[in-house]
Design a protein around this ligand. Sequence first.
Ligand SMILES: Cc1ncc(COP(=O)(O)O)c(C=O)c1O
Length: 455
Amino acid sequence: MTNTALTSNAPDLETLKKWDRLHQIHPWAAIDSWRGYDNMFVDSADGIYFWDGAGKRYIDGPGGMWCSQIGYGRKEMADAISDQVIKLPFTSPFTNSTQPSAILSKKIADMAPGDLNNVFFTTGGSTAVDTALRTMQYFNNRRGLPEKKMIIAREKGYHGSTYLAHSVTGKERDKSHFDFATNLVQFLPDVNPYIRPDGMSIEDWCDAKVEDLREMIKQIGADKIGAFIAEPILSSGGVIVPAKGYQMRTWEICRENDILYISDEVVTGFGRLGHWFASEEVFEIIPDMITCAKGLTSGYLPLGACIISDRVLEIASQGDEPSAFTNGYTYSAHPVSCAAALKNIEIFENERILENVRNVSPHFQHRLKDLMKYDIVGDARGMGLLGCIECKAEDLEAERSLGSKIDEACEELGLLVRPLINMAVFSPPLIITIEQIDEMFDILEAAIIKVENNL
Ligand SMILES: Cc1ncc(COP(=O)(O)O)c(C=O)c1O
C-alpha cells in the first residue's frame, strides 16, 4: 500500500498543528506547556506500520496503546463496520438488544474462564473497571453487607480515568491535581521484582508480596473489604511482571476471605499473552470479574466489557426488595462496536493470531532480554508481546530523561515506543512476524547505543 501525506483537501499540516494546539485537550497533556507542544500527527496506517503527516513511516511499537492486535488497514473490518452502520447504527441498550451484541456476549462468555458468563458492555476500559467496582458495591449491598466495600489495589497499577477507576490507580504521577476518593481504597506496595533488595531471591520476594496482602486484610478486616483489583501484569506501571505464583496465591487469599477478585485484563486480554484471557490460561486463576477493552475491537471502535461470574450475579439478584442494576451508558453494547468486535474475533480465528503470539513471543522476549547487555539498561522485562526496558544512569535527573531520549532516538529511526519516565514500553500489533520483530529491536538497539554514547 502507498501512503500519501494528509488528505488533499485538508488544511496543511502546520495549520492542523496550530488548531490542535489551540483547541484540543489531549489525555495526560502537559498542561503547563500545552500550547507549545506538538503531538505527533498520524495520518494513515497499514499492518504494523503508520505514517505521520509528513509521510514518514514508523513501526507502531506500542500497538496504538496496547490495542492494535490485528493491525491496521483491514478492509474486511471496514466492510463489517459499514454494513452494520447501514443496517442499524444504534438502538437503546436500556430497552433493546441487537444481533451483534447478543452474539458477542455469547462468544465472550465462551472465551472467559469458569462461570464468568455474564457480559456488561461498556465504552472502554475505565468504564469496565468502574462497572466492576460498582458491581462489587451493589453485590455487598444486596447481600446485606454494606460495610464490606474497601478496595485493595496496588502501587503502580493503572485502571483508568473515571473518578472510581482513577481512585484505584496507584501511579502517583497520574494523580496530579485531580481529586480522587481516598476512603474507598488501600494500596499494596510495589510488586516489581526489579526493586527487591540485593541478595533477596525471587521466591522470598513473592512470599513478602503475598504477605503484604495478608497483613493488609488483617489490619482492615475481611468483613470490610469488598474487592482486590489487579492487572495480571501491571502494564502502564512499566510492564511489571509479578513473581511466579503471586497471582494464584493472592487469588486464593481473596477466596479464603470472601473478597471478590477483579482481574483487569484491559491490556492482557485479547491475545497479548497468546490467549483470549490470561487469568486462567497463564496465571491459573478464575476471578470473580474480568474487565477488558482495547484488543476487543483491536482499537477500530471503542468498546469495553465487564464479565461477571454467575455466582456474583445470582447472589446480587436475590435481595429483600426488587432492584435494578442501575449502571450503564447510552453506548453500552453499541451495535457497530459489537460488529467490529465480532469481525476482530473472526480475523483472530481465521489467521490464528493467538498461535502467532505464542510462536513469536519467545523470539520477542529473547531480543528484549538481550538488551540487558547495554550499560544503561537496568532491566528488560515482559511476557508474550509485552515488553519494557527500564534504564539507569548515575544521577537521577539524567535517569528520568532516558525514556524520552530513547523515544526520540527511536522516532528518528522510524520506530515509535511509549516512554514512561526512565522506561520505554512496547506492545506491537499481534500480527507481527519474526522479521518485523528483528526490524523493531534493531532500531531499538541502535537508539540505545546512540543514547548511551551521548550520556
Ligand atoms: C489495565 C488498564 N485498565 C484500564 C484502562 C483504561 O482503559 P480506557 O483508557 O479504555 O478507559 C487501561 C488503559 O490503558 C489499562 O491499561
